[in-house]
Design a protein around this ligand. Structure first.
Ligand SMILES: Cc1cc2nc3c(=O)[nH]c(=O)nc-3n(C[C@H](O)[C@H](O)[C@H](O)COP(=O)(O)OP(=O)(O)OC[C@H]3O[C@@H](n4cnc5c(N)ncnc54)[C@H](O)[C@@H]3O)c2cc1C
Length: 512
């Protein structure tokens, strides 16, 4: 292989955004260069944050709770083309609760105060009515200064105190006062006071809300299986994964990228999907590094637990569960075994018990035998956020999580744990801080001035358009812009794309 190649477009990163390479033409006669395009990723397996790991015992765990829901028909079509059989997918109804003071409150919490105890219902309703009355006399130009204020104005002070503020700190690992209010859009349920009052009086639970009230999940190989399938549709000679695809240095002036295996790739257009701070260090660009400094992110710790036994009735068909209390390290638990029977080993697989749930931290409760025994099995996946503002003790994290699973009636002390998974992802959530929009308004144009389109969850650092569908479409739209001058709606108009669910989008050109 030559040590220097020239491509028209180089895409860095084979997560959902980079998979937009799918959009690039494959007809080599179109191209004057010896290679039309190249997609590289330092990971041996494509998928990025939308990947799936398999434990040695055979349990699958995603990078936290991933569900596929879509704002774009184009995205659905792409996934259906990669996984075309109806047997490739399982459809689910969202069954989702919030753990609050020892009870399960249906999600979204703020729409279901009817489930709280009477005194708490009254306090929450007072807060909501105050917020509604204050809104009547507020000038339309008086916007909330931060996400905390947004909450107080929209759900009232009491719901902010008991749920929105503590829960959001657990998710974002920064205080709500340091987050902007512009990202919220459709992501936070904004309650209807009249409807809530009615539900409280009648003792009713609010109906399913939001864009992911139903969702589909791949039958096999977890979320990562989707992106492996999409990658398999690409010509193998145009993809490089692992060491051969690892970018070590970018010279934006010379328009060249150095790969770890020694290959120099010259490009006309660069679509970057690495995190902006990583990009700045690959570019050895002090100005870019300075511009990126205000950008904040949290890390995600994923803890997976595989358990022997039939799924208990108390778990039932729950999908994911939110945890507010600050003595519980995880903000979300996903019953991953409910998503697909293939997310855990077959019942006939013989596994040894690693520990009893109640047996961690040097406590008692040793397993009766270390002999491998058959299943059935089920599994729980937990997410714990981490940042400079919210450190995590990595040494004790697994024990703390399992202890809280017991305390919250998710597992029993004598449950046999047969698999434990723990992995930390440095870039988990791109935080919509107060400084974010100002920083991005400088960073992205600066990169464009160097012919670099930086897109995707951390490539564009815009949380409100950073799910798989958004990320994929950011990549598609960037390529459409490069080759056809198309508008990049997702990056530039997040509210617009988030309002239109499953909207039609057909690109002229390559893959109609
Ligand atoms: C906890 C959590 C829960 C989520 N839940 C959902 C959900 O329910 N639904 C949903 O749709 N989305 C969800 N997401 C978002 C989803 O994971 C992202 O939309 C998606 O992975 C972003 O894709 P991307 O391609 O922009 O970035 P990434 O997936 O981060 O991909 C970037 C790629 O760049 C590569 N790279 C980095 N450095 C280099 C280098 N030097 N050289 C070469 N390659 C490099 C990486 O290996 C990686 O593959 C969730 C994310 C997290 C973290």
């Amino acid at each position: 292989m030559s040590n220097s190649i020239t491509v028209d477009t180089l895409v860095i990163g084979a997560g959902p955004t980079g998979m937009a390479a799918w959009e690039l033409p494959n007809d080599s006669s179109t191209w004057q260069n010896n290679e039309s395009w190249l997609l590289v990723d330092s990971n041996p397996v494509p998928g990025g944050l939308a990947s799936t790991d398999v434990t040695p015992e055979g349990f699958l765990f995603d990078v936290g709770g991933h569900v596929v829901f879509s704002h774009y028909k184009y995205f659905d079509d792409a996934l259906n083309e990669a996984l075309p059989s109806p047997h490739d997918w399982l459809e689910h109804q969202r069954v989702c609760y919030v753990r609050f003071r020892g009870q399960w409150v249906p999600y979204p919490f703020q729409n279901n105060i009817a489930a709280l105890e009477r005194e708490e219902q009254a306090l929450c309703m007072e807060g909501l009515i105050d917020a509604a009355l204050e809104a009547r006399v507020r000038s339309p130009t008086d916007k909330p200064a931060n996400f905390d204020e947004w909450n107080q104005r929209n759900v009232g002070r009491r719901l902010t105190d008991i749920f929105m503020r503590p829960y959001n700190f657990k998710v974002w690992a920064v205080p709500t006062t340091e987050m902007n209010a512009s990202w919220v859009g459709e992501r936070v349920a904004n309650p209807d006071v009249k409807l809530l009052a009615r539900n409280v009086i009648l003792g009713k639970v609010a109906p399913a809300w939001g864009p992911n009230a139903t969702f589909r999940f791949p039958a096999k190989a977890g979320t990562g299986g989707i992106w492996i399938a999409v990658a398999n549709t690409l010509p193998a000679e145009r993809t490089r994964f692992g060491e051969q695809g690892s970018v070590t240095e970018i010279d934006a002036d010379a328009k060249s990228v150095q790969l770890k295996d020694g290959t120099l790739v010259k490009y006309n257009n660069l679509v970057n999907t690495m995190a902006l701070d990583t990009l700045a260090s690959c570019m050895r660009d002090a100005k870019l590094a300075e511009l990126c400094k205000p950008l904040f992110h949290s890390s995600t710790n994923v803890i997976g637990v595989g358990i022997r036994g039939a799924r208990p009735d108390r778990i039932g068909d729950k999908c994911w569960l939110y945890f507010v209390a600050d003595d519980c390290p995880f903000y979300r638990a996903t019953i991953f075994s409910n998503y697909s029977p293939n997310n855990q080993p077959d019942a006939s697989t013989r596994l040894a018990t690693l520990r009893l749930a109640g047996g961690g931290g040097g406590g008692g409760g040793k397993p009766e035998t270390s002999e491998p025994r058959p299943g059935p099995y089920w599994s729980i996946m937990l997410e714990v956020s981490e940042s400079a503002r919210k450190p995590v003790n990595q040494q004790t994290l697994v024990d703390e999580c399992i202890a809280q699973l017991i305390a919250n009636d998710m597992v029993s002390a004598d449950d046999e744990i047969v698999s434990i998974y723990k992995r930390r992802f440095e870039h988990g959530y791109p935080t919509p801080t107060l400084e974010r929009d100002g920083a991005l308004a400088e960073v992205l144009p600066y990169l464009r001035s160097k012919d670099i389109f930086s897109r995707g969850r951390f490539g564009a650092w815009t949380y409100e358009v950073s799910n798989q569908d958004h990320s994929f479409m950011q990549g598609v739209e960037a390529i459409d812009h490069i080759y056809n001058g198309g508008a990049e709606l997702t990056l530039n108009y997040p509210d617009f794309v988030n309002r239109r669910i499953n909207s039609e989008r057909r690109l002229p050109g390559f893959r109609d």
